[in-house]
Design a protein around this ligand. Structure first.
Ligand code: SAM
Ligand code: SF4
Length: 323
């Protein structure tokens, strides 16, 4: 698929639920957000139908996300189904890791290619403050279980909101194990507006002061915009996903499907086409394909984080959009 800016679109992020078992301060309020009504959530057969249609148009990689994808029942069946679609080369998952230890065997059996665990600190108290839940031991149990499956690519996503000790401790996870640690610049959407911002440049300085020179890595790892470096003596790489300081929109290859079926081109904008409503109305594959092409063609050229009053922003929480 080629969008209106001539970018090749071969990656779809599918949010399978808006619900979550954590309440990260940058993503959800303490009391949660009002859940979508059950019958407005895409059923698995509907997600598979959309993936099949898009795979016919060049979709190659699918990310399962949420909300927290592991809270949705039968998630391994969905992964198996998507993995079996002709043309799909990888199915990956982003999870907070709380339920990972319990679900990992079935995810692997279903054919998952890569698992990313979101983890911002290794300090139990800080973790409980950032996520409003005392679940760090469960997440660490899930991470440890990943060692049983060395064939799986594994990554950590860290939004660096903790102190320097937190950040260095998370980076050090890549020292002993072949796990890639990526630092994500906090994006000013939803509940993250106004949170302290730590730039990639600041993190690079911190890592260099502790471990020495960062060596840029030319190898492409994963589907997204992360740029990686190696550190002396580290098994895994350190990555930076810097939507703010290193805007990567010109090479963006992704579309997003929200839990209620909105196919949209950019995380920040409200626009898109609701494929769930079309399916409920009985639209055939040709009509859906036409809508998919229209949504892809209309993918915005780029985000406008940091620019005041640019308009058109998605008012929803990250847990609803699918981060
Ligand atoms: N619940 C799963 C998880 O936490 O990995 C999947 C969904 S979560 C919305 C996906 C990713 O988005 C997480 O790595 C989270 O840290 C990140 N995220 C959420 N809000 C963010 C924000 N405002 N800026 C940057 N990253 C954010
Ligand atoms: Fe839940 Fe993920 Fe949002 Fe945290 S970032 S509240 S784990 S959806």
């Amino acid at each position: 698929m080629i969008d209106g800016q001539n970018r090749v679109i071969d990656y779809l992020r599918v949010s399978v639920t808006d619900r979550c078992n954590l309440r990260c301060i940058y993503c959800m309020p303490e009391q949660g957000v009002e859940s979508l009504p059950h019958d407005s959530i895409l059923r698995y057969d509907e997600i598979l139908r959309i993936c099949r249609l898009m795979a016919g148009q060049g979709l190659r990689k699918v990310k399962i996300t949420g909300g927290e994808p592991l809270v949705r029942r039968g998630i391994a069946d969905l992964i198996r189904g998507i993995r079996g679609i002709a043309g799909i080369e990888s199915v990956t998952l982003t999870t907070n890791g709380v339920l990972l230890a319990a679900k990992l065997d079935e995810l692997v059996a279903a054919g998952i290619d890569s698992i990313t665990v979101s983890l911002d600190t290794l300090d139990r108290q800080h973790y409980a403050t950032l996520t409003r839940r005392d679940e760090l031991p469960a997440v660490l149990a899930g991470l440890a279980r990943l060692d049983d499956f060395p064939q799986l690519q594994r990554k950590i996503n860290c939004v660096p909101l903790g102190d320097e000790t937190d950040i260095l401790a998370i980076a050090a996870l890549a020292k002993e194990k072949p796990i890639h640690v990526r630092f994500i610049e906090v994006m000013p959407v939803g509940f993250a507006r106004g949170l302290p911002f730590r730039s990639e440049a600041e993190l690079r300085q911190l890592l260099e002061a502790r471990w020495g020179g960062l060596v840029p890595c030319s190898e492409r790892l994963g589907n997204g915009p992360a740029r990686y470096v190696s550190l002396p003596g580290f098994c895994g790489k350190i990555g930076f996903i810097s939507a703010i300081s290193h805007r990567f929109c010109a090479s963006c290859n992704r579309m997003r499907l929200t839990a209620d079926g909105l196919l949209k081109g950019c995380l920040q904008y409200a626009g898109g086409i609701n494929l769930k409503q079309m399916m409920v109305a009985g639209c055939d594959d040709a009509a859906l394909l036409e809508a998919i092409r229209t949504a892809v063609a209309a993918k915005p050229a780029g985000h406008h984080f940091g620019e005041a009053d640019a308009g058109g922003e998605d008012p929803r929480a990250m847990s609803q959009i699918g981060g």
